[in-house]
Design a binder for this molecule. Structure first.
Ligand code: NDP
Ligand code: 2IT
Length: 448
């Protein structure tokens, strides 16, 4: 970046921070995109005059509401819920719902903002949105989660629709929650529509949606390695998280002959020096997905539990953060580099801090940013919308083939827009590739 470009970026960020005080996660996500696109933006006077960067960083609207519900023992609880409808230039708003105590406006604005460019990269007609609540589903009974979801939808249903805004899952929201939300939507509207994705397969859900984010991340990682004359087979991969994305990333990695050496949760990490085998993976899937258990309950030969540890201190060739934002910081990046890591593929959204990104970049580590490498989930959500609209359902092979094609095309787009050097800059590639399409649409609409 030239000095003049740096100055413009600084000036732009100063204004953004003033307009959005105390929203660190949102500042971080915007800074990353703005730094990538600034040189292109400054060369295009028409986009500048139309204030595209200023407009695309301001959400179309944010809906904030109270969700009141009753515990099993008859106590009343109230949580705060949100839907950030960020930008619908490319299609109806689309993005997940997160239930986690850390949910606040800054987190959902960063996620909604990322979603705009991620959805653009998929090539499908989807705008960007995100929502959720500070409700903590951990330790709640099914009945309590149902009452919370029904109460949340009692407000949310007014703001969504198959051609308006189509929510889905994210942290703390899986098929159980999507089903409760969908049931209440149907009761209130008295009609069936594909208003949520990630539904059960017997009532309109797509094949491969459960697997899509994790599998897509592995497909992207494979393209990235092959483009740089490397391969997945035999590589040791440190995966973080043990939820939807982490589990299915691990499944595909094992299938492709890589060694999954770690999985984690918010309390600790399991380490398998020689990699997990398929049987162990299935035991872990049942523990996490069916029994909602914790990793410290898992015992198997060759697998050790490390209380309070993160995966990044263990020797590996590839890091695949699949848990949450900023889970891999500068010190973690230094440890990974010291241990010889060659690539990072993000399954989570913005899991790597700015300091860690700098460390990877200056050490020549390949880095696939979430908005490119985790786009497989929302891409199959887009395919679920298409199937619902057509009243048909594709089988596993058909959806998987389309998912593989989409991930290949996203990789190609990243190379086109970030591929000048010896190693592709996937962060610039995904930001510029995703941004240009949205910017073109916004310019075409005029001052709306
Ligand atoms: P899940 O709720 O299924 O799993 C989340 C996992 O991350 C759990 O293992 C959880 O551990 C861990 N985790 C969550 N918060 C923290 C935290 N603050 N510190 C440490 N560990 C944490 O969520 P998903 O797998 O669906 O989502 C994981 C990531 O992938 C998120 O960043 C999400 O935005 C992103 N993503 C998800 C997609 C999807 O289709 N589901 C699509 C694209 C991206 P614990 O159980 O202990 O809390
Ligand atoms: O971050 C994401 O892309 C998701 N949580 C999936 C969103 C979706 O609409 O499937």
């Amino acid at each position: 970046m030239t000095n003049a470009e740096e100055k413009e970026l600084e000036c732009f960020m100063e204004g953004l921070k003033k307009r959005n005080p105390h929203q660190e996660e949102f500042h971080q996500a915007v800074h990353e995109v703005a730094a990538s696109v600034m040189p292109w933006y400054l060369q295009h006077e028409d986009y500048r005059k139309a204030q595209i960067l200023e407009r695309v960083t301001e959400p179309d609207r944010i809906i904030i509401f109270r969700v009141t519900w009753e515990t099993d023992t008859g106590e009343i609880r109230a949580n705060r819920a949100y839907r950030v409808q960020f930008n619908h230039s490319l299609g109806p708003y689309k993005g997940g719902l997160r239930f986690h105590p850390s949910v606040n406006q800054s987190v959902l604005k960063f996620l909604g903002f990322e979603q705009i460019f991620k959805n653009s990269l998929t090539g499908l007609p989807m705008g960007g949105a995100k929502g959720g609540s500070n409700f903590n589903p951990k330790g709640k009974s099914d009945a309590e989660v149902m009452r919370f979801c029904h109460s949340m939808m009692t407000e949310l249903h007014r703001h969504i629709g198959e051609d308006i805004d189509v929510p889905a899952g994210d942290i703390g929201v899986g098929s159980r929650e999507v089903s409760y939300l969908f049931g209440q939507y149907m009761r209130l509207e008295n009609r069936w529509s594909g208003v949520l994705t990630g539904k059960g397969q017997s009532f309109g859900g797509s094949a491969v949606r459960t697997e899509a984010t994790g599998w897509g991340c592995v497909y992207f990682c494979e393209h990235m390695l092959q483009h740089h004359n490397e391969d997945l087979a035999g590589k040791r991969v440190a995966v973080s998280g043990s939820g939807n994305v982490a589990l299915y990333a691990a499944q595909k990695l094992i299938e492709k002959g890589a060694k999954v050496v770690t999985l984690s949760d918010s309390k600790g990490c399991i380490h398998a020096k020689d990699g997990l085998d398929q049987e162990q993976w299935e035991e872990l899937r049942v523990l996490k997905e069916e029994n909602r258990g914790r990793l410290n309950a898992y015992e198997s030969s060759g697998v050790e539990y490390h209380d309070g540890a993160k995966p990044w201190g263990f020797a590996c060739d590839i890091a695949m953060p699949c848990a949450t934002q900023n889970e891999l910081d500068g010190d973690d990046a230094k440890k990974l580099v010291k241990n010889g890591v060659i690539a990072v593929a993000e399954g989570a959204n913005m899991p790597t801090t700015m300091e860690a990104i700098d460390t990877f970049r200056s050490n020549g580590v390949l880095q696939a940013p979430g908005k490119a490498s985790n786009a497989g989930g929302v891409a199959v959500s887009g395919l679920e919308q298409s199937q619902n609209a057509m009243r048909i359902s594709w089988d596993d092979d058909e959806v998987d083939k389309r998912l593989q094609d989409i991930m290949k095309n996203i990789h190609k787009r990243c190379v086109e827009d970030g591929g000048d050097g010896e190693k592709v800059n996937y962060i610039d590639g995904s930001n510029i590739g995703g941004f240009k399409k949205v910017a073109r649409a916004m310019l075409a609409y005029g001052a709306v």
